[in-house]
Design a protein around this ligand. Structure first.
Ligand SMILES: Cc1cc2nc3c(=O)[nH]c(=O)nc-3n(C[C@H](O)[C@H](O)[C@H](O)COP(=O)(O)OP(=O)(O)OC[C@H]3O[C@@H](n4cnc5c(N)ncnc54)[C@H](O)[C@@H]3O)c2cc1C
Length: 459
């Protein structure tokens, strides 16, 4: 008997979540189709994590050159060429895009380079081809896009992170608007590569939602580096002036810059793709509402990744997709885990964080022991850099379990990945203490912090 539908699974969007879902379902023997309207790989590969990390690496060299002097080096004639960096980045991304396509094609998936919209709960319309296909199960993995400050005069003069990766010329001066991780990473990239950089943010402290000690440490570091901060204010207009852009903020202060990057958040791609017509419910913020198995309000339509607004990170989108395939094609109901997800902010130095912030732990009713250390890394005793590293453990006072670990310092992202394993295993502070240190490292501080800074109880 001919199958009832063209595909067992149709995936809309070939980003981190969509590609993983399509590949694993095809490997499990499902007949899979996937549509991508832009480039395979999605945000992470094309205009997110990967190209960003290249820019982060590039922007770290100038400080390394300065630090090297303390170690006896003389560095002369170091010059930076933005077009070479962008060209190198583009070549790698092209290769990665190919890997992602093959990951779906090799196990037998069918790729449609096309925009897809839902006609009804089993029918997908491929816009460019003007053709309909049907599927038993549909996975929506359409991700999101940067929000633009649409109410602002002259907002069309500004760029978002999408365009920042494609600039033809490196700007001498930049205004970055926003206080989240993307704004901060770009402020460090531009500043590190030599642009006079100003950060405009409506709050009084950056990185809302992160542990207060991380936020404080980063804020001090921003000032020490010379990234100009315009806090507690918002941009009100942008106009062309002297071949640049004149930014005015609410207080009336103005900044002249070659580029203005808006990084004020991201919107889910849920409008105009037939979701409401198919009966899929959206949340107030426009994300797809899903249950713990990533199933939407329509029983055969699932959603993973940024479009669901749970935790907007690549490994989370991938994890959700893996759980989806296990649930639907593996017969094992699997709910993705959103607790204890380690994450990083690639500022300089970096932030690595996992588990509960002190405030979140208190909010959840834990009485917590706080262990903290702040020190100048050994490397900087010779380099002369005044930068400090901060490490903090949030420990449940009753059970001694480590609830959160927050690091601000070089290689914090690498460190916190490993700490996450210990936390996942339910490690206690006593077990951290019983672990013999690796010396001399920065990470050894994590197993040698003995002095309790404070015990804090919920209000
Ligand atoms: C600047 C930046 C830096 C980031 N850095 C990090 C980081 O360091 N670490 C980290 O973990 N995360 C990072 N992220 C977040 C990460 O990129 C996302 O969480 C991740 O890409 C989400 O994957 P996804 O599959 O949900 O969506 P996406 O990767 O956004 O993929 C969605 C895909 O769907 C396609 N699509 C949309 N609508 C349709 C349609 N109708 N038809 C066909 N195709 C469609 C889009 O073109 C896109 O390719 C960063 C994001 C940005 C913007």
């Amino acid at each position: 008997m001919a199958p009832r539908y063209d595909f067992d699974l149709f995936v809309i969007g070939a980003g981190s979540g969509g590609v993983r879902g399509a590949r694993l379902a095809a490997e499990a023997g499902a007949r899979v189709g996937i549509a991508e309207k832009d480039r395979f790989g999605g945000t992470c590969v094309i205009r997110g994590c990967i190209p960003k990390k290249f820019l982060v690496y590039a922007s770290a060299f100038p400080e390394e050159f300065v630090d090297a002097v303390g170690y006896g080096w003389t560095i002369e004639g170091a010059r930076f060429d933005w077009p070479s960096l962008i060209q190198g980045k583009d070549e790698v991304l092209k290769r990665l895009e190919g890997h992602y396509r093959r990951a779906v094609e090799v196990p037998g998936g069918t790729i449609f380079d096309d925009r897809a919209v839902l006609r009804d709960k089993h029918t997908i319309h491929l816009v460019g081809r003007d053709r309909d296909v049907t599927a038993e199960t549909i996975l929506v993995a359409t991700g999101g896009a940067p929000s633009r400050n649409s109410g602002i005069e002259g907002q069309e003069l500004c760029i978002t992170s999408d365009e920042a990766f494609e600039l033809k010329k490196f700007p001498d001066s930049v205004v970055v608007v926003g206080g989240g991780y993307i704004a901060l990473e770009f402020a460090h990239i531009f500043h590190g590569l030599g642009a006079a950089t100003t950060l405009v943010y409506r709050g009084n402290k950056v990185l809302r939602g992160f542990d207060e000690d991380l936020r404080n440490a980063l804020q001090v570091s921003l000032q020490q580096k010379g990234i100009r901060l315009a806090l507690d204010t918002i941009m009100t207009s942008c106009v062309k002036a002297e071949g640049k852009i004149l930014v005015t903020v609410r207080s009336g202060e103005t900044f002249l810059a070659d580029q203005v990057l808006i990084a004020i958040g991201r919107n889910p791609t849920t409008r105009g793709i037939g979701l409401e017509e198919a009966g899929v419910k959206l949340t107030e913020r426009g994300h797809i509402e899903v249950d713990r198995y990533s199933r939407s309000s329509v029983e055969n339509i699932y959603a993973v990744g940024d479009v669901t607004g749970r935790l907007e990170l690549t490994p989370v989108a991938i994890h959700e997709a893996m759980c989806f395939v296990k649930t639907v094609f593996g017969g094992v109901p699997s709910a993705p885990e959103h607790e204890l997800v380690a994450t990083a902010v690639f500022t300089r130095p970096e932030i690595g964080t996992v588990g509960l912030s002190e405030a979140k732990a208190l909010e959840r009713g834990h009485t917590v022991d706080i262990y903290k250390t702040s020190f100048r890394p050994l490397k900087h005793t010779l380099s002369g850099r005044q930068e400090r590293t901060m490490m903090k453990l949030v420990v449940d006072a009753k059970t001694d379990k480590v609830l959160g670990c927050h690091i601000f310092g070089p290689e914090a992202a690498e460190m916190v990945q490993l700490v996450a394993i210990a936390l996942k295993m339910g490690a206690t502070k006593a077990q951290f203490d019983a672990t013999v240190a690796v010396h001399p490292t920065m990470a050894e501080e994590l197993v040698t912090i003995r002095d309790k800074h404070a015990t804090v109880a919920p209000d």
